[in-house]
Design a binder for this molecule. Sequence first.
Ligand code: BG6
Ligand code: MG
Length: 218
Amino acid sequence: SVKGFIFDLDGVITDTAEYHFEAWQNLAKNYDITIDREFNEQLKGISRMDSLDRILNHGGRETDFTEAQKEEMASEKNGEYVKLIEKMTPEHILPGVLDFLNELKEHNYLLGLASASKNGPVILERLNLSGYFDTIVDPSLLAKGKPDPEIFLTAAHQLGVKPEECVGIEDASAGIEAINKAKMFSVGVGDKESMKEADYRLDSTEGLVLDVILNKVK
Ligand code: BG6
Ligand code: MG
């Protein structure tokens, strides 16, 4: 039976996927690289440095910069992103998420956060949600990012439950792949195309309802 729910953060709990997109778009523009929403799908769930590599690749500029320059570019992007998240309040929690978290706590489920973002703990604080999570995986300690299952397996381990006893919730196709490889039940929030591998797909977070999800797991 299900004992734990493991959440992605950006694009699931709050709409920071938009802030990441905005900050990357602005950085890319400085180097004459254009990124659109379709390309942005490939950046969801991917670490900061890997995202930069994909963007430079996309613009055909992958060999134009040194490691030190790339570090500088990534920190410039993060600087803009951090400014955007400073303004966040609990009003930025996506619709249905708070009710769902309360429902999960009432029923004593264990909650974990499996976000690739180093800004995850700060965002949870700004949303007043830190208290809901029994564990947060530190992405800087992982060998591999999504779509590798490591982050979800680590979350289950930290919660003290088996992966098969967990439901994972994601908005990125790399994240759904990671959940599936971890042998968890995957819930995807997003369009049919990017969520095609999800065990259960929702158009929006408003569909996050405990009974409905548990019925799909069976
Ligand atoms: C993921 C986002 O949650 O975190 C990615 O989906 C982002 O877009 C990644 O690149 C890393 O985030 P950060 O905050 O550490 O740069
Ligand atoms: Mg996400």
